[in-house]
Ligand binder design. Structure first.
Ligand code: ADP
Ligand code: ZN
Length: 607
């Protein structure tokens, strides 16, 4: 692909709104994009905090096209760079990427275009940018701006620290008059301060976008029977175009889950950091190409996933913090169409995560923060009030008191009851059986079941034997989980999951502390949630457009969504434009795409 392929001719240069409309085909900015773009186009630097899918790319792409010179974008992943470049070229923007995987000849051509002044956006890996020769080249050229994407990679506090990012601090000294824009989806205050410090942005404004993603419906459920739950969830999405993701807590689980899903008739792939580079690349490509795949992955998969039509994200294990969870579920529904996130969790997860923190080599301060994050995550999982509100509060956002309408709690509020007596019964059963048994046995004792184990240990003679007969097993399991969640019980993780009392159990046993519990509701039953499918799915015209797009993408060797996103195709199918002008008025159809594909699309529509 030649970078000079339909070069951006500067027709729209200068004015952000005409660049947005002319090049990208969008009628208006979203959220704080407008503010950021104007600030940077006028020469300002800053830090942008927006959720995944919030529209960070346009924050630097538009000002780069408004200003003279090349926009230099630092990006940590080659796949991410390549997808962005492919998308920009489709829009007629002369863009290129420079990284270690590029064949020598191509790299030379990119540098040539850079010196020529024809290149408008250059994506570059941090190590490549910091080579002395590279910075010296840029000294000689007009640079429109520097954008540092995934800027949290600069901070050791985050989970994605990249030592090469540290060196980017040099940009503020070497190019003091060039705007620098750092962008991240991480909003954790310490990471944010660290980014500002490291990148010399301490005096620059921070643009914090709204973190709410109302199109993602969020749900959480205790993990009762993982595969049955996953199967039921997938069934609700049968026939819905787009991809799904299953996040797993371990490498082995990604492979086992993918294999099981394949046996169940799904096109499932596994991805984790332990796979060899080729296998990772192949999985990434299949996903990026726009196939209807289910990706079973560890958190190693995600950064740089631009695919807009991920329809759902399931977590099989408890994430370690609301921030990580939010970032992962944020990969769903970037196109703004309805999407879903489901979290499955168990008491063992909570205990295991707690233990991992205690055993980690981190210092006491770091451990305290990790503990707080985990507790916030557990609180969301065991929530009796709006999950979205709890989540957004972690990002410092106040949320209106009314129901969000898009979380399981708001859609079907659970009943809360005084569970003090139930909690006491369970805690005392744990105590009387010697804190040597897991939840299954403790529940058997409460329910008065004369199992072999109960007989063996003489637990049928305990005063607590059978005191919980009036409630089903699931009730007592839920009580146990909620007591683990509030820290009154611990689960011994390295042996057999024995329940152990903690100090927090004492006031409850003594009756000095009331315990409110949540009645288990189970996920709201029924078919697909309202609007969980893009409205156009099943519309034959929409399907024909998708088929045309698939062939086109294959012929050009680019991901399907860089040609047109589902959202744009759906709008085209609904509006049925008859002229190029009408087609060009649809969001996502810029001048270049109109020129490339306008005739083909109109022909298809008239057939
Ligand atoms: P981020 O990098 O913040 O995760 P992106 O820049 O990839 O998000 O944008 C997410 C999606 O939103 C993309 O599909 C993009 O085309 C779309 N988008 C962003 N800004 C606008 C806008 N102003 N109008 C219409 N669509 C937009
Ligand atoms: Zn809610």
């Amino acid at each position: 692909m030649a970078s000079g392929d339909m070069p951006y001719d500067g027709r729209f240069a200068g004015d952000p709104l005409s660049v947005l409309a002319g090049v990208f085909g969008h009628p208006g900015f979203r959220g704080r994009q407008d503010e950021v773009v104007r600030h940077v186009a006028a020469g300002g630097s800053g830090l942008v905090l927006m959720p995944t899918g919030g529209g960070k790319s346009l924050c630097y792409q538009v000002p780069a096209l408004c200003r003279p010179g090349v926009g230099v974008v630092v990006s940590p992943l080659i796949a991410l760079m390549e997808d962005q470049v492919a998308a920009l070229r489709q829009q007629g923007v002369a863009a290129a990427a420079l990284h270690s995987d590029l064949p020598e000849g191509e790299a030379r051509r990119v540098l040539h275009d850079l010196h020529d002044g024809t290149l408008k956006l250059l994506y570059v890996s941090p190590e490549r940018l910091l080579l002395d020769g590279m910075l010296a080249r840029l000294d000689e050229l007009p640079v429109a701006l520097f954008a540092v994407d995934e800027a949290h990679c600069v901070s050791q506090w985050g989970h994605h620290f990249r030592p090469e990012y540290r060196g980017l601090g040099v940009l503020s000294q070497r190019f003091p008059r060039t705007p620098r824009l750092a962008l991240t989806a991480t909003a954790d205050p310490r990471t944010v301060e660290d980014i500002r410090l490291q990148l010399g942005l301490a005096d620059a404004p921070v643009f914090r976008g709204g973190f709410d993603r109302p199109n993602i419906r969020i749900e959480a459920a205790p993990r009762e029977s993982e595969r049955a739950q996953l199967r039921a969830f997938l069934k609700e999405h049968a026939g819905v175009p787009g991809a799904g993701m299953v996040y797993c807590g371990s490498r082995a689980r990604t492979e086992a889950t993918a294999e099981w899903l394949r046996g169940d008739g799904h096109d499932a792939l596994a991805f984790h950091a332990g796979m060899d580079a080729e296998a990772k690349k192949a999985a990434h490509r299949r996903f990026a190409r726009g196939d209807a795949v289910v990706m079973c992955a560890t958190i190693a998969f995600g950064m740089g996933i631009d695919r807009p039509d991920v329809r759902w994200v399931v977590h099989l294990d408890l994430p370690r913090s609301p921030e990580s969870w939010y970032q992962e579920i944020g990969r769903a529904g970037r196109d703004g169409l309805p999407a879903r996130a489901l979290l499955l969790y168990g008491a063992g997860d909570m205990a295991l995560a707690r233990q991992r923190i205690e055993e980690s080599p981190a210092g006491p301060e770091q451990k305290r923060i990790e503990r707080q994050r985990l507790d916030a995550m557990i609180a969301i999982a065991e929530a009796a009030t709006c999950r979205r509100a709890l989540l957004l509060r972690c990002f410092g956002e106040e949320v209106p008191a009314e129901a969000c309408g898009a979380c399981d709690i708001c859609l079907a509020p659970p009943r809360v009851f005084d569970g003090t007596v139930a909690a006491q019964k369970l805690l005392s059963a744990v105590y009387r059986t010697g804190q040597r048994f897991g939840a299954v046995h403790v529940v058997d004792v409460l329910r008065g079941k004369l199992t072999e184990k109960v007989a063996q240990f003489g637990h049928d003679r305990l005063p607590t034997f059978g005191v919980g007969k009036d409630r089903p097993d699931s009730f007592w399991r839920s009580v146990a989980r909620q007591l683990v969640a509030r820290g009154a019980l611990d689960v011994a993780v390295d042996s057999h999951g024995e329940l152990l009392l903690t100090d927090a159990a004492r006031p409850i046993l003594k009756g000095a502390e009331p315990v409110m519990l949540r009645e288990e509701v189970g996920r709201p039953a029924g078919p697909k949630p309202r609007g969980a499918t893009p409205a156009a799915a099943g519309d034959p015209l929409f399907e024909r457009l998708r088929e045309w797009r698939r062939a086109e993408a294959q012929a050009q060797g680019v991901p399907a969504y860089v040609i047109f996103q589902d959202r744009t195709l759906a709008e085209i199918a609904a509006a049925r434009p008859r002229t190029l002008d009408q087609l060009g008025a649809i969001s996502g159809v810029g001048a270049s795409k109109l020129q490339r594909y306008g005739a083909a699309v109109l022909r298809l529509l008239s057939e």
